[in-house]
Design a protein around this ligand. Sequence first.
Ligand code: 5GP
Length: 212
Amino acid sequence: MEPFVLRRRGVMLVLSSPSGAGKTTISRRLLERDADLHMSVSVTTRPKRPGEVAGRDYHFTDLTQFELMRNRQELLEWAKVFGNYYGTPRAPVEQALGAGRDVLFDIDWQGTQQLAEHARADLVSVFVLPPSTAELERRLRGRAQDPDEVVAQRMAKAADEMTHYEEYDYIVINRDIEESVEAVQSILGAERRRRHRQIGLNDFVKALREGQ
Ligand code: 5GP
């Protein structure tokens, strides 16, 4: 029997990418196959898209409510993206990390910078790049949910967003979804084993040395 229960602090796993690079699909697959990983559900002022579920994809809210949360320091980070506000509710993240559960964030580079300032030790950031511009455009059109001008706006923004790859710990080029999911899963596996995240190692090794 193990004399000590080893615990660990959860990982904040951030996935960012220009929209259309495949990040949402990667996130979904990761959540399906890893029971210790939980999605952070953001608050947003943008309207709900067809197929989205309130409370699962986002907490949809208005600007007044958003500002209230922001002023009360209830958001861990927030940003304005494509004219709408997005933010990460603080309480569920802090609870999960303390309980040793890992949290997955689908947030942009502005939010990632804020998390890096306040929670660098817990943060692991992954930037997903599309394999080519043609493929990025094909994926954006394939969605067929956004009007043409929004697609054009996102293509233009993608070029800008990509320059932020340098701020991330890991880069995954999404040529194949399965391969990319595998890559992010192995990053998470390695990061979970980082010494500084494991609580009680000192006592554990002491007991091992004493032959307990
Ligand atoms: P969408 O409206 O397509 O769901 O998301 C647009 C962008 O906002 C994506 O790049 C997404 O990662 C980002 N985003 C979603 N939630 C948050 C959040 O809570 N904080 C920040 N900083 N960005 C977010």
